[in-house]
Ligand binder design. Sequence first.
Ligand code: PRP
Length: 209
Amino acid sequence: MSTYITIALTKGRSLPLSLELLATIGVEPAEDISKSRKLVFDTNREDLKLMVLRGMDVATYVEHGIADLGISGKDVLLEHGGDGYYEPLDLGLAKCQIAVAGLKTEAQLPPRIKVATKFVNIAKRYYAEKAIQVDIIKLYGAMELAPVTGLAHRIVDIVETGNTLKANGLVILEVIEEISTRLIVNKISFKTRYASVQPLIDALEKATT
Ligand code: PRP
């Protein structure tokens, strides 16, 4: 077992917010992450390292115990699933919603609609719970284009300001989940490295409430 604790961070839009939060609890990367191609970073604390990963991979690395802790969006956690980690804290960063959206003026819908999304599992679960049969079309980005071009009737996507929907003539039809950034902890690390992990959770809790 390594002698240090590893925290996996999500690269992209939320990374500066996560780094800012870590700085408030006295954890800072030893170099400028945004100017480096490295994936693992030393910090000002000898017992702590940071990893910078794609969202879905944060949950996977924490689930397998390669990273002890992770900072990840709830959207990604819902989509990823998995039970190898606890989710002790809502860090309250990067707040948004995951919602069903469609054209402002919808034509008559067929009995079985097409739903475009990159959140295939979330969409499947949502419609299964409602006992509505739909065809899911997996996309990797620019979901808003799907209803506009006729690829799908609806989308399941992240809505933050609502500007992207508006710019494409779409509206929210149903909110599936309120999303924010969460702290996750590997279940084994939580037990075997409690003395190192719990103070970090406590400090983050204090910094976010
Ligand atoms: C997300 C999401 C929407 C947009 C919503 O995309 O998929 O397109 O942000 O934000 P808004 O409500 O503030 O307009 P992102 O920019 O993360 O890129 P992606 O298409 O790669 O997911």
